[in-house]
Design a protein around this ligand. Structure first.
Ligand code: GTQ
Length: 363
């Protein structure tokens, strides 16, 4: 793609140049100026497109997976959400993967670990649990849980529970893009629960209180607090709202943090919950980084690059990097909550974060 602008590639093809390009290709080489304007865009040009997946459309197929395959045969019984611009790398947006996993009462997926970092956001059901490095964690609807890279983990539902469905979020495409992925199956297929129930929460979940040696004892780069329950999250949002916490672009937006550092929950993936107050419509902005949202409460819509996406509880939608976006609560009486996970910790750590407020109508 030629551009008639000083400093940009602008070379016309000639028969001689075409022969030259063909000769270079035989040597697995090429002339930079034939691609420079594409590989160095003026602004981020995501391959991903904005997408919304309605839970009502997906749920019957998620449930069918449960009738069609066992968790043993499937490894993980998941319907993944695939961005049309990212099919070849199984990404939902940018270099983030997401999927919807279903588990029946009494079922349990085999224990494994991988280089990819993972999280779950529980959509429906009761009796779900996950075991992470020997700690059993009970999960209810809208709870958020980490299975950081390198940790042994398995998920299941108690025999006395109900069918459970949750969203998985992972950085598989990122880890693969960096050629660093690996996967191991636990030799016993199940872990022995070796830690007291709720031990991470008991140790690190005191809010403004931490054991004095907590920082010294915790050597991993991810949050020791594996579970972030919804009740406490929602209460924190309400308190923050009363205290005047507010972003013109996001309403009340709180990041789930590592209590030892105040930083993101994992080195590559961050997560947050935001509350849009009754009647609230945010201003539009854009920034680098890919975001995967799930509506956790209420309903409303988002404008993404000028297109309106209406969402209600459990719908999942994505905002690609640098896409102009704003959010609006659909109710004048109730608040609406959006859960999100994103690649912002990786983006920031690499010095790639940029943002821009955009003065456009929010629709
Ligand atoms: O449970 O670790 O949806 O490794 C995809 C890949 C879930 C998991 C997914 C995974 C997992």
């Amino acid at each position: 793609m030629r551009e008639n602008i000083a400093g940009r590639a602008n070379v016309a093809d000639t028969p001689e140049l075409e022969r030259y390009y063909a000769d270079l290709a035989k040597l697995e080489a090429g002339a930079l100026w034939t691609v420079a304007n594409n590989i160095e865009p003026w602004q981020p040009k995501p391959s991903s497109v904005p997408m919304l997946w309605r839970y009502a459309d997906l749920k019957p197929y998620v449930q069918r997976a449960s009738a069609l395959v066992t968790p043993e045969d499937a490894g993980r019984r998941v319907v993944m959400l695939v961005n049309p611009g990212r099919r070849e790398i199984s990404a939902a947006c940018g270099l983030l993967y997401t999927g919807i996993q279903i588990m029946e009462p009494g079922e349990c997926a085999s224990s494994h670990r991988h280089m990819a970092s993972a999280l779950r956001f529980i959509m429906e059901g009761s009796g779900a649990y996950t075991v992470v490095d020997g700690e059993r964690i009970e999960l209810g609807a809208r709870d958020f849980v980490l299975t950081p890279n390198g940790t042994w983990h398995e998920h299941g539902v108690d025999a006395a529970g109900t069918q459970c469905i949750w969203q998985d979020g992972l950085d598989i495409p990122l880890v693969n893009a960096l050629d660093t992925n690996l996967f191991q199956v636990h030799k016993d297929l199940r872990q022995t629960v070796s830690k007291p129930a709720d031990s991470a929460h008991g140790t690190y979940g005191g809010g403004f209180l931490l054991p004095t040696d907590a920082r010294k004892n915790w050597t991993h780069p991810y949050s020791p607090l594996l579970k972030y329950p919804f009740d406490a999250t929602y209460e924190a949002l309400r308190r923050a709202d009363k205290a005047g916490v507010n972003s013109p672009f996001d309403g009340v937006l709180l990041e789930y943090v590592n209590p030892l550092t105040g930083g993101p929950v994992m080195p590559t993936i961050g997560a947050a919950m935001q509350m849009l107050r009754p009647g609230e419509a945010t201003k539009a902005h854009r920034h680098t980084g890919s975001i995967v949202y799930q509506c956790a409460k209420g309903s409303g819509h988002s404008m993404i690059d000028g297109v309106r996406y209406d969402w209600t509880e459990r719908d999942i939608f994505v905002v690609p990097s640098w896409s102009v976006h704003s959010h609006a609560n659909g109710s004048d009486r109730d608040d609406a909550c959006l859960f999100q996970f994103n690649d912002l910790p990786a983006i920031r750590a690499l010095g790639l974060y940029a943002e821009q407020g955009v003065p456009v109508a929010t629709g």
